[in-house]
Design a binder for this molecule. Structure first.
Ligand SMILES: *[C@@H]1O[C@H](CO)[C@@H](O)[C@H](O)[C@H]1NC(C)=O
Ligand SMILES: *[C@@H]1O[C@H](CO)[C@@H](O)[C@H](O)[C@H]1NC(C)=O
Ligand SMILES: *[C@@H]1O[C@H](CO)[C@@H](O)[C@H](O)[C@H]1NC(C)=O
Ligand SMILES: *[C@@H]1O[C@H](CO)[C@@H](O)[C@H](O)[C@H]1NC(C)=O
Ligand SMILES: *[C@@H]1O[C@H](CO)[C@@H](O)[C@H](O)[C@H]1NC(C)=O
Ligand SMILES: *[C@@H]1O[C@H](CO)[C@@H](O)[C@H](O)[C@H]1NC(C)=O
Length: 418
């Protein structure tokens, strides 16, 4: 197969992530990023004076007919006459004027393995390890078979919980290191990508992750979010509603949850009888992984087949934010539960697992590092220049003062042209 084709941007789907003019908010609403198909006939190729960094892999996505080449980048907005010049051999070479960058190519096909894959956004300065235990056990009980976790930084306790599930073969930890700097001749003109990357990375990681899914269903929740149907198990419910239909995603409305006693100060006994608090917050969803094209945080952006639709699910997004109690919201009764059966068995299992992970000495939770993170972010938000803010780069010095963090191994995940 010695096919050498010169693509003048025609089949290149770029996930354009706007680097500049981005304000940080802690727990987000919608990301205003867009996936765009560029079909450019005439124009100007971008060169190395354009600030752009590439995810190391390009994808040939055979879920589209004809197959589509997809390249993921972080960059400022392109004008509609600008395009990327690329050669496609067995890998992809992007030409940026006299500089170039080479990406390896992965092929994507429809998914056949029964199950749900859970994609998690880069974990930044994460300290609520209890969330992860409840999250993984509840999702497993709902039919999840694989968890893909992008990892930047966390406490040692959090890392231990992740490593435990990694060793069981359930969690795949993918290191999400710092981003490289731009070439020296343009670096001084732009903010460091690493200082502005948290929310952008969230969107990028989610979309790379969904291409890596091998199961029929996927989902993109946070570590404090579990999707449950009103009756039965999520996997069975998803098959019933989606298999062989035009339904590409099921959307679950947010339900803010608190536990008595809470899972940070005591044990998991409160999980059996969650309290629901009224607060409008956006949805999350489970999707058919053979047809999802671009994922947004709260709803799918598009499907490979435009006739696919999303529908509202008969169920709930159980959102157990660490600060639920402090909000003093009205509590209501709802029928939703984390596990489809046998709560006492699952609760005992979570407690036994915590004891096993921590050799019998359950670490006391401290809000110290979480408070430091909020303090740092608030300081940034108050400053004059609040574009391009993120906890990834800007808070590192502050965060290193309060805790001995486990950081991602640095691997060249993102490439710039040289
Ligand atoms: C690179 O592109 C910019 C903007 O399109 C242009 O102004 C500049 O002359 C180009 N540089 C080279 C070396 O071609
Ligand atoms: C890309 O492919 C070319 C030709 O097959 C090969 O020489 C080169 O090493 C490859 N580069 C990468 C990064 O895989
Ligand atoms: C996913 O979508 C495809 C294409 O519409 C459909 O054939 C398949 O049955 C769906 N799979 C599941 C598990 O819902
Ligand atoms: C869980 O914690 C609560 C509150 O501290 C306590 O009353 C209860 O006995 C504990 N349950 C177990 C099984 O340890
Ligand atoms: C919580 O809400 C109730 C009813 O609205 C109010 O009476 C009470 O003062 C509030 N407590 C706090 C700590 O805000
Ligand atoms: C529920 O828990 C009980 C007691 O631990 C156990 O005997 C039973 O097999 C469990 N049922 C299921 C469906 O897991």
């Amino acid at each position: 197969m010695r096919v050498i084709q010169r693509y003048k941007g025609v089949l290149v789907t770029l996930i354009i992530v706007v680097l500049i003019f981005y304000a940080y908010e802690l727990d987000d609403e919608y990301l205003e990023t867009v996936g765009e198909l560029l079909s450019i006939v005439a124009g100007e190729p971008i060169n190395s004076s354009f600030p752009i960094t590439f995810y190391q892999s390009a994808y040939v996505d055979h879920r589209f007919d004809p197959p589509r080449l997809r390249i993921f980048t972080i960059n400022k907005c392109l004008k509609n006459y600008q395009f990327l010049l690329a050669d496609l051999h067995f890998n992809v070479t992007i030409h940026l004027g006299s500089r170039k960058v080479e990406l390896n190519v992965e092929k994507i096909y429809k998914k056949a393995t029964k199950g749900i894959t859970v994609c998690l956004q880069p974990v930044y300065y994460f300290s609520h390890w209890q969330n992860i235990l409840l999250f993984i056990e509840a999702w497993r009980a709902q039919g999840a078979t694989r968890f893909i976790v992008y990892f930047h930084s966390a406490t040692k306790e959090t890392w231990k919980v992740l490593a435990y599930y990694r060793d069981l073969g359930l969690v795949e930890i993918k290191h999400w290191p710092s981003f490289p700097s731009f070439p020296v001749d343009i670096a001084y003109k732009y903010p460091r990508i690493d200082d502005s990357v948290l929310r952008n990375a969230y969107f990028l990681a989610m979309n790379i992750c969904i291409l890596d899914i091998k199961t029929t269903f996927g989902t993109v929740p946070d570590f404090d979010e579990v999707l449950v149907p009103t009756n039965g198990r999520l996997l069975d419910y998803a098959i019933k509603e989606m298999a062989g239909t035009k339904v590409g995603a099921l959307i679950f409305d947010n339900h803010y949850v608190s536990f008595t006693p809470n899972i940070y100060s005591a044990n998991f006994s409160g999980v059996a009888s969650p309290k629901f608090r009224t607060l409008a917050w956006p949805s999350k969803y489970v999707f058919n992984a053979s047809v999802i094209d671009i994922a947004q945080v709260h709803v799918p952006d598009s499907f490979t087949d435009p006739s696919m639709i999303s529908i509202k699910a008969d169920g709930a997004l159980l959102h157990f934010r660490y600060d639920a109690e402090s909000k003093n919201l009205t509590t209501t009764e709802k029928p939703y539960r984390f596990f489809p059966d046998n709560h006492s068995t699952h609760i005992k299992n979570m407690e036994d697992t915590a004891k096993k992970i921590f050799n019998g000495v359950i670490p006391k939770f401290s809000s110290k590092s979480n408070d430091a993170l909020h303090e740092c972010v608030n300081k940034i938000m108050k400053s004059e220049d609040k574009i391009c803010v993120s906890t990834g780069g800007l808070c590192k010095a502050e965060m290193d003062k309060v805790e001995d963090w486990v950081y991602a191994k640095s691997e060249p995940l993102f490439l710039i042209a040289i």
